[in-house]
Design a protein around this ligand. Structure first.
Ligand code: KG4
Ligand code: ZN
Length: 354
């Protein structure tokens, strides 16, 4: 029997809903972002994000049903992100999903956002032609490289819902480092795409930056961000007391593009080095990449050049937060008998970990 799940995602600044069949076929994916409202502040403002979710969530859900040619009768269950994320944002998604589960009489699943990013790699087809989706599912054991604005982790999946955390960042997440470096260079928010664009015109060998030496499979990105700050101060002939918010006015274009390229190259290398080490030790059958930074061209290039195993990279539009990833995870939660949530009491879990 085909199972159709509606996934709802509101953990940060994207209000998103998607519908997936049997954990493999994407029917619809609708994302409304409040990013432009946050960019003037240089980062997500939680209150603004929560207000935007309220304004658009029902419209986004309706559009996802329409795009999938479904009505409520066709939906077998609802999955909603319950964490990790911003409390106010998560609340809107969870309360909406709870009331829909009650009024439409559907089972409800409380989903882990980070697992959702991983599970989007299990899609193998799409009713929407604008998505490029691998034809094969990843095989277990599967190494997941989780690289987003809030997380940098290496996780080994032995099977569905049976996984082991190999390592994680000890300080900033990689996406957070992209965002902070972009702010230093005055390139705007979100930092990932802005750094990438600037890096295309720069030389990654122009500025020497360090790779953090951290034990095991853990990462650290805060030293790299500080190194960019120090190199920037040196380039304009100032010492470490020069304020970071004034740097972008003094750096010229080629200094900015070289700093962006050098930072991007080393940040990606940091991930790739640990992935190489994990592959040698754990010999996975497949490698998947998950989270917003999976959209990064340099990371994709370095991984493709290094990894000699089936490597799955989500369509760029499915790397950043979306509802399809939560719907896909919901399908697997149902298939593998993960417990359903009580629609009268499901709570948010802002610090949920994997
Ligand atoms: O997964 P995501 O949408 O949200 C979280 O779960 O955190 O990831 C957002 C992060 C941001 O830090 C953003 O700068 C980064 O992903 N990002 C990128 C790119 N696109 C988004 N980083 C590097 N290159 C990109 N092309
Ligand atoms: Zn995310």
């Amino acid at each position: 029997m085909l199972v159709k799940i509606l996934g709802i995602e509101t953990s940060c600044d994207e209000t998103a809903a998607g519908i997936v069949v049997d954990g493999q076929h994407l029917l619809s994916n609708v994302v409304s972002s409040s990013m432009n409202l946050h960019s003037v502040y240089g980062g997500v403002v939680p209150e603004i994000a929560a207000r935007s979710h309220i304004e658009v969530i029902h419209q986004v859900i309706d559009s996802s049903l329409k795009e999938a040619n479904c009505d409520w009768q066709d939906i077998d269950a609802i999955a909603v992100t319950r964490g990790a994320g911003l409390s106010g944002s998560l609340l809107i998604g969870v309360m909406t999903a709870r009331s829909l589960a009650i009024t439409k009489n559907k089972p409800l699943y409380g989903a882990n956002h980070v697992l959702g990013h991983v599970y989007v790699n299990f899609l193998t087809s799409s009713a929407q032609p604008m998505y490029t989706i691998p034809l094969e599912k990843p095989q277990f054991p599967m190494l997941a490289i989780i690289v987003s604005g809030g997380h940098s982790q290496l996780v080994l999946f032995h099977n569905h819902f049976n996984y082991e955390l190999l390592g994680r960042t000890q300080d900033d997440a990689i996406g957070e480092a992209f965002d902070k470096v972009s702010k230093i260079l005055g390139l705007g928010y979100p930092g990932g795409p802005a750094i990438s664009k600037a890096a295309k015109d720069g030389d990654h060998k122009a500025i020497e930056l360090p790779i953090a030496k951290v034990g095991g499979y853990d990462f650290s990105f805060s030293g790299l961000k500080t190194a960019v700050l120090r190199r920037s101060q040196e380039l304009i002939g100032e010492d470490y007391t020069f304020p970071s918010f004034k740097l972008s006015e003094r750096l010229n274009e080629s200094q900015k593009t070289n700093l962006a390229a050098s930072f991007e190259y080393i940040a990606c290398k940091t991930i790739v080095n640990k992935v190489k080490q994990a592959i040698l030790e754990y010999m996975p059958s497949s490698v998947v990449v998950a989270g917003g930074v999976a959209a990064n061209t340099e990371l994709r290039k370095q991984l493709r050049e290094t990894i000699d195993l089936p490597l799955l990279l989500p369509d760029i539009k499915l790397c950043t937060d979306n509802g399809a990833m939560i719907a896909t995870l919901g399908c697997y939660m149902r298939q593998f008998n993960q417990s359903t949530a009580d629609p009268y009491s499901l709570d948010i879990s802002p610090n949920l970990t994997i």
